[in-house]
Write a protein that binds this ligand. Structure first.
Ligand SMILES: Nc1ncnc2c1ncn2[C@@H]1O[C@H](COP(=O)(O)OP(=O)(O)OP(=O)(O)O)[C@@H](O)[C@H]1O
Ligand SMILES: [Mg+2]
Length: 251
């Protein structure tokens, strides 16, 4: 399990189009970072590139886990280092139950675990996330509501206890109660398991419950400003116009 994820001067493209234009960011275990930026600025692209999605090409720069480049590693190998991504749009996997999927994933990251022992763990985490017990026997995300999918992602994270987790808009589409439950889960993981969290979000409201150590403003493929939680409040009231105009993206 790694202690630090460092992104250095990262440039990446998809379908021949340059999207990431020099990203520098370090996330250590136990730290919570919030990444905020306009639609289409490249936030999800950054998470895909970190996880090794083969659809994206790294053109320049590096991604280091504890100082070692992970660019040549397959997505599964990156996951085994303890990197975790909660997708903006979680995939539906008919035919694979939540319980089987999670037990297999757990066995890959930690030691293999018996179905009985795992059922106990799962039950505990399901109740912490206020999820119904029968979710365990349903097919992963199949017919889940938007909010249920997001909770299923958090369930996965709570069980796997990754070193560094990227939560891509896990707060979008959650009602107020679910938002609190999901936030508590993220806080507990950071505090108790030392998981470092990169929280991609559009809304300051989640930052009421999850206190970030650093807030980064992401515009046009790179981080253009970083600061404390107060930066998120400023963005909420002023938007990204000042950054976009400085970069010459708008009049
Ligand atoms: N597979 C792809 N094929 C073509 N273009 C892509 C692909 N993936 C991303 N892009 C483009 O890259 C740009 C950045 O997309 P990305 O999803 O990273 O933005 P984002 O910051 O996550 O936006 P949002 O806030 O809306 O989620 C967009 O213009 C998008 O259309
Ligand atoms: Mg996105």
């Amino acid at each position: 399990m790694i202690k630090e994820l460092a992104i250095k001067g990262l440039h990446a493209s998809v379908a021949g189009k340059s999207i990431l234009k020099g990203v520098d960011l370090v996330v250590r275990r136990g730290e919570i970072h919030a990444l905020m930026g306009p639609n289409g600025s490249g936030k999800s692209t950054l998470s895909s590139v970190i996880m090794g999605n083969p659809g994206y090409t790294v053109d320049e720069g590096d991604i280091l886990a504890d100082g070692k480049s992970i660019l040549s590693l397959e997505p599964e190998e990156r996951a085994k280092l303890g990197l975790f991504l909660s997708f903006q749009y979680p995939l539906e996997v008919p035919g694979v139950t939540v319980s089987n999927f999670l037990r297999t994933a757990y066995g890959h990251l930690h030691e293999p675990i018996s179905p009985v022992k795992f059922a106990g763990l799962l039950k505990k985490e399901l109740s912490a996330l206020h999820m119904k017990a029968d979710v365990a026997d349903r097919y992963l995300n199949d017919g889940f509501s938007g909010g249920e999918k997001k909770r299923a992602e958090m369930l996965q994270m709570a069980l796997l206890k990754p070193s560094i987790a990227i939560l891509d808009e896990t707060d979008s589409g959650l009602d107020v109660d679910a938002l609190k439950i999901v936030s508590e889960s993220a806080n507990r993981l950071a505090k108790e398991s030392g998981t470092g969290i990169l929280l991609i979000t559009h809304y300051q409201r989640i930052l009421k419950y999850v206190k970030p150590d650093r807030v980064h403003v992401f515009v046009n493929g790179r981080i253009v400003n970083s600061g404390g939680p107060e930066l998120a409040e400023k963005l909420e009231s002023r938007g990204y116009a000042e950054y976009s105009s400085k970069l010459g993206l708008v009049e």
